[in-house]
Structures are given as C-alpha cells and as structure tokens.
Design a protein around this ligand. Structure first.
Ligand SMILES: [Zn+2]
Ligand SMILES: [Zn+2]
Length: 171
C-alpha cells in the first residue's frame, strides 16, 4: 500500500512537471516568435534620396561584375550616400513598376529590417521644386485612393498617377 502511494506521488509530481514544462515552454516559444515577427517595435524613419540599381552602383563603386543584360536590383541611395536594398511589398510596389516614381527624388518612410539593410517601405513621397509631394494613385470613377499602380480593384479601370503638394518645403 505504502509503496503504491509513493509511486503515485512520483507519478503526479512527474505529471505536473511535464504540464508546466509544456505549457510554459510553449508560451516561451510563442512570445519569442511573436517578438521576432512584430515590426511595430522597429522605429520608422524618413530617408531622402533616390532609387538606384544596386548592381550598377556596386559596379561603379567597387568594380563588381555587371552582366550586359542584368535584371535591376532596386535600392535606395540617401542624400548622405547610404545604400539600402528595397524590399518589394504592396506598399513599395509603385517603385518597382512605375518609372515615374523611380525618376523622382523621394522621401521614404521606412523601417530598416533588423539585422539587415533591407527597407520595408511604409509611405512614398516625392520632392519637387523643393516641396514635399504626396505620391499615390487615384480612380476617378470610384473616387478611391490607392498605393497600387495596377488597375482599380473596384472597377478594373486604369488608375491615375497623382503627385500633390503637401505644402512642406525641403531644403
Ligand atoms: Zn541595373
Ligand atoms: Zn475604380
């Protein structure tokens, strides 16, 4: 009888340790994972500069090999000469598909992704004649503003490129 009780106690203790380990262990993992995915902790910053092809920029700066027909590798060169790689997302799509956006001097609101030089673009503005302009696309049929340079998701018609002054001057 006594022995059975002792064994039972050992069993329960072991079981409790197992439950605690799985529960708290899982919580620990879950919080570590969500921390890794949560970008709201990464501060946004404004970068002013121009879109460049990094393959050409590296070729110019360091003489790296530049194939004759290379695919553009879009990056951002700040006024200070810092280079970043642009991550293609829904919000940065316009840079990749619309040459009008690439031609302009831009102010990007970005998050520099941790442990990288990759830019996660939040907003795109241009600098024209020293004034900050809002860049976006507009469907005049549906009166919808969008960051997407493709057709209007609502009426399937073409959207119009818009560049409107925001009244802020830039030195
Ligand atoms: Zn290139
Ligand atoms: Zn529309």
């Amino acid at each position: 009888m006594r022995r059975g009780l002792k064994e039972r106690r050992v069993f329960y203790c072991g079981w409790l340790i197992f439950i605690a380990w799985t529960t708290f262990g899982a919580w620990g993992n879950a919080s570590a994972e969500s921390e890794g995915r949560d970008l709201s902790a990464v501060p946004k910053q404004a970068l002013q500069g121009r879109v460049v092809c990094l393959a050409e920029e590296m070729h110019r700066n360091f003489g790296t090999h530049l194939p004759t027909n290379h695919l553009p590798l879009y990056g951002f060169k700040t006024k200070e000469g810092e280079l970043y790689t642009l991550l293609r997302t829904k919000l940065s799509e316009a840079i990749f598909v619309d040459p009008r956006v690439r031609e302009r001097e831009l102010i990007l609101s970005v998050r520099v992704l941790p442990k990288s030089r990759l830019l996660d673009v939040v907003t795109i503005k241009s600098v024209k004649d020293g004034v900050v302009h809002d860049l976006y696309y507009y469907c005049f049929i549906c009166s919808i503003r969008t960051v997407d340079p493709a057709i209007c998701l609502c009426c399937q018609e073409a959207v119009e490129f818009m560049e409107t002054p925001m009244g802020k001057s830039v030195p």
